[in-house]
Design a protein around this ligand. Structure first.
Ligand code: SAH
Ligand code: SF4
Length: 356
């Protein structure tokens, strides 16, 4: 079993450890700030801790940067994808996207994914294990350190946004995902506003309800953005593309979405990977508009990033226009996502797939 990293500990766990070593109560907060505010990557940098404590911490909780096995940078230099090796040798992908003043980390929550959406490279490769909260958080810290070292922090934060849209299904790794969200948004730690965090799910209905009931330290509901990977507006089509739909069909999913919006007051994003001749018809767009009636929602249309094990292709421009015309006429807000990063296999799971 590999040694724990300090990112595997919550603040109460760190407090208990340090108090057990006879340290005064304020020590844990000092260490916490070094880890999450100053983004220290070596215990020796924590100069306000006694040397003996730094040595003891280094021996118990090695503070090492994740090992980067491969990096790909898009030709415009704005998107970077890293293949990271975890302590047990498993690998995950994590992506940094720079867009105007935004610096967004797209992070993974599982090694692989058990859902098996047809078009997804992660799903095609199967499931290995859940990530710990520390392994999820460490991906954001990784890019925050890089941006700070580059001096590329246009906002006052080292990272401006985090999207849980990398490998894996976050709501099938619920406790670690929630702990990671709390950790990243901790006002005394990494301090990322919850409105700058997006959780993307394929639609695990009971867990959407569970998420709606979570509260912030301020007492209100979580303020994160929920994104639902929809891809089809009829059960017949969605059953084929997204196998979990046979368990949680569209009626149940949309009922949960309505409960989520009512409870949290937050708008939901719907992700729709456009696949030529499969789900890009005006009829599907119409069915989508029907489903979204009366729901505060936004649709993100993402032309398919081709993957080796799926024969689908992204639609032509006129096909995309025919689809968006319907949404426009029906007053559904949408964005067509730029295909930045396609040449670096920025589709989820694709860098890892290439090396396997
Ligand atoms: N499991 C979660 C989060 C990870 S997938 C989910 O499904 O929402 C993140 C997003 O990437 C999803 O919307 C997914 O549909 C999309 N995606 C997966 N494979 C893709 C591909 N080949 N091209 C474009 N988008 C893809
Ligand atoms: Fe899993 Fe999301 Fe990929 Fe589907 S799209 S296989 S849920 S990671």
């Amino acid at each position: 079993m590999s040694a724990l990293s300090p990112y595997d500990l919550s603040l109460p766990e760190l407090q208990a450890l340090l108090e057990g070593w006879g340290e005064p109560p304020f020590r844990a907060r000092q260490v916490w700030e070094w880890l999450y505010v100053h983004l220290a990557d070596d215990w020796e940098q924590m100069t306000n801790l006694p040397r003996t404590l730094r040595e003891r911490l280094a021996a118990h909780l090695p503070l090492v940067s994740p090992r980067v096995l491969a990096t790909q940078v898009s030709s415009d230099g704005l998107t970077r994808k890293d293949l990271l090796q975890l302590a047990d040798g498993e690998t995950i992908e994590t992506v940094l996207m720079r867009y105007e003043r935004r610096r967004t980390a797209c992070i993974s929550t599982q090694v692989g994914c058990p859902i098996g959406c047809l078009f997804c490279a992660t799903g095609q490769a199967g499931f290995r294990r859940n990530l710990s909260a520390g392994e999820i958080v460490a991906q954001a810290i990784h890019f925050a350190r890089i941006l700070r070292a580059e001096g590329d922090t246009p906002t006052d934060r080292p990272l401006s946004n985090v999207v849980l849209m990398g490998m894996g299904e976050p709501l099938l790794n619920y406790p670690a995902t929630l702990e990671a969200i709390r950790r990243l948004s901790d006002p005394q730690g990494f301090r990322l506003g919850q409105r700058h965090i997006t959780l993307s799910t394929v639609g695990i209905v009971p867990e959407i309800d569970r998420l709606a009931e979570e509260t912030s330290p301020s007492g209100g509901p979580l303020q994160i953005t929920l994104a639902i990977s929809l891809h089809a507006a009829t059960d017949e089509l969605r059953n084929r593309l997204v196998p979990i739909n046979r368990r949680y069909g569209l009626d149940a999913l949309f009922a949960a979405c309505r409960r989520y919006v009512n409870r949290t007051g937050r708008r939901i994003s719907f992700e729709w990977v456009l696949i030529a001749g499969v789900n890009d018809s005006p009829a599907q767009a119409g069915a989508l508009a029907d489903r979204l009636q009366g729901l505060t929602a936004h649709v993100n249309l993402i032309p398919l990033n081709p993957t080796p094990a799926y024969e689908g292709k992204p639609p032509s421009r006129p096909a995309i226009a025919a689809f968006t015309d319907v949404l426009e006429r029906r007053g559904i807000p949408f964005t067509v996502r730029l295909r930045r990063g396609i040449e670096i296999q920025a589709g989820c799971g694709q860098l890892r797939g290439r090396r396997a």
